[in-house]
Write a protein of this length. Structure first.
Length: 235
C-alpha cells in the first residue's frame, strides 16, 4: 500500500502500487519496479514472527478491556510520524505491539499495562560508539551521565542496533539493521556496554548504529541514528 499526498496533482507518494514502488532519497522522489523479496526464514525472522504472534494472542485473549483501553488512551495522546513525515496516531493495539516487540527482542519481557505518562521518552544525545575491537568483533557504547529519570520514569534500557557495514565513501545509510544489545543507564554515572557485532565488520569499512530508549513503564522512543564509525587498523 502506498501513502499519497495530493496538492496540484500528487505532491508525494511512499509505498507500492501494483508493480511500482514509490519512495524518496536525498536526490528526491523516485519510482522503481517492485521485486518480490526472498523469504529466507532465518532464525531472526522466525523469532520476530513468533514474538508478534504471541503478543497479538495476548492482546485479544489475556489482557483486560481496561488494559486495552489504557493503551488506546496512550496511543491517542502520543503522535507518531508516518513514511511521509506526517503526524499520525497509532491504534492502542499497534502501540502495544510496537513497545512490547522491541522489549521482547531485547529479552526484557513485555508490558501489559500502558504507560501513564503520555509522551515518548527523549533520546540520549550523548550516546556514542566509543570503541571497536576488530579481532573480537565487538563495539563499545557510552551513554550520558545524568538525566536518568526524566518525569520520574527511569530509562530501563537503551536498545542498540547495528547496520550492515558499508564502504567508507558511503554518506548515508537506511538499512538493513539488526538488534545487537542494550545499555542499562546508571544514575549519576555514564553507562557503558560492549556488545557482539550483529554484522561482521573489517578494517576499512563504515558502520552505522541506531538506538532507542525504553523506560521502566514501557515508553519507547523513536529510533535515532548515531554518528557512523569508520573502522581503522589498531595503532
Amino acid at each position: 500500500m502506498a501513502l499519497i499526498k495530493y496538492g496540484g496533482g500528487i505532491v508525494q507518494m511512499s509505498g507500492s502500487i501494483a508493480g511500482t514502488v514509490f519512495a524518496r532519497n536525498k536526490s528526491g522522489n523516485y519510482a522503481r519496479p517492485r521485486t518480490k523479496p526472498v523469504n529466507p526464514k532465518s532464525v531472526r525472522q522466525e523469532a520476530i514472527r513468533a514474538i508478534i504472534s504471541f503478543l497479538a494472542e495476548m492482546w485479544h485473549a489475556d489482557m483486560t478491556a481496561v488494559q486495552r483501553g489504557l493503551w488506546e488512551t496512550y496511543a491517542a495522546a502520543v503522535p507518531m510520524k508516518n513514511k511521509l513525515g506526517e503526524t499520525i496516531h497509532l491504534s492502542g493495539f499497534n502501540m502495544f505491539i510496537r513497545t512490547s516487540c522491541a522489549s521482547q527482542t531485547a529479552g526484557l519481557g513485555f508490558f501489559d499495562d500502558a504507560p501513564t505518562i503520555l509522551s515518548l521518552p527523549e533520546k540520549d544525545v550523548d550516546l556514542v560508539c566509543s570503541e571497536e575491537d576488530v579481532a573480537g568483533q565487538t563495539f563499545t557504547f557510552t551513554c550520558a551521565v545524568g538525566g536518568w529519570a526524566p518525569n520520574g520514569d527511569p530509562k530501563g534500557r537503551i536498545l542498540l542496533y547495528q547496520g550492515q557495514p558499508q564502504l567508507v565513501s558511503r554518506q548515508t545509510f537506511h538499512g538493513p539493521w539488526r538488534y545487537m544489545g542494550n545499555i542499562t543507564p546508571i544514575e549519576g554515572a555514564a553507562g557503558t556496554s560492549t556488545d557482539p557485532a550483529a554484522f561482521s565488520f573489517a578494517v576499512g569499512q563504515k558502520v552505522w548504529f541506531q538506538a532507542r530508549v525504553i523506560t521502566t513503564t514501557g515508553r519507547l522512543s523513536e529510533l535515532w541514528q548515531l554518528d557512523p564509525r569508520t573502522i581503522v587498523a589498531d595503532p
